[in-house]
Design a protein. Structure first.
Length: 211
């Protein structure tokens, strides 16, 4: 098997560095593949320059940057898929737990508090973390009113649910948490939410109709 000289290796590395890749692992993998493909063509009797050109065209016909961009898209999609699964699975479990609690409490069946606690667990450890991560990643896209609406709604739900759980378990500070949750929802979230929906509705009404 052909072994490249230090000068030839430096030429391959310089071409790869010129792409300005940000991921060190990807850079090392591409350099290894670039080296192997070049030596493969050189083993077949082709000179270094022609071998490196063929290796480049085969490995990255549209440039090394495209490979990194495709990798970023792939990783982002996978992360979004996982976050959506966690979010909607947690929301489903939380909704089912709350619904079963109301049913069991109304019919005086045992197991109501347990169903409620399972719903709270799903809310606090599955739904809320994903929503916080999404807010942090997209905070720059929100206006000030949107940020207040998002945070007040999240805080209101958390305080209300936690206060309800404390109430069921007869733990202290339950009433304070329920009061904070209710105030956050009633005084901040709901006014901002319905004002936002009203503005959207008026924009639709005021937009020109297409014949």
């Amino acid at each position: 098997m052909t072994v490249l000289t230090d000068e030839q290796f430096d030429l391959l590395e310089a071409q790869l560095k010129s792409a300005g890749l940000h991921k060190k692992g990807l850079y090392n993998d591409l350099l290894d593949h670039y080296y192997c493909l070049t030596t493969f063509y050189m083993d077949n009797g082709q000179p270094f320059r022609e071998s490196s050109q063929k290796a480049y065209k085969e490995l990255a016909p549209n440039g090394f940057n495209e490979i990194e961009q495709e990798l970023n898209i792939y990783l982002t999609i996978n992360i979004q898929i996982r976050m959506n699964r966690i979010l909607y699975s947690g929301a489903l479990l939380a909704a089912v737990g709350q619904t079963l609690f109301i049913l069991f409490k109304t019919l005086h069946w045992p197991g109501g508090p347990m169903a409620f606690m399972i719903g709270c667990f799903a809310l606090f450890f599955l739904v809320v973390p994903v929503m916080v991560i999404r807010f942090i990643n997209s905070a720059g896209k929100y206006s000030v009113a949107d940020r207040w609406r998002y945070l007040s709604g999240l805080a209101g739900i958390c305080f209300f649910e936690m206060g309800s759980a404390f109430k069921i378990m007869h733990w202290p500070s339950a009433n304070i948490q329920i009061l904070l949750g209710t105030a956050s929802l009633a005084l901040v979230f709901f006014p901002l939410f319905f004002w936002h929906q009203y503005k959207k509705a008026m924009e639709v009404v005021g937009s020109p109709q297409i014949a």
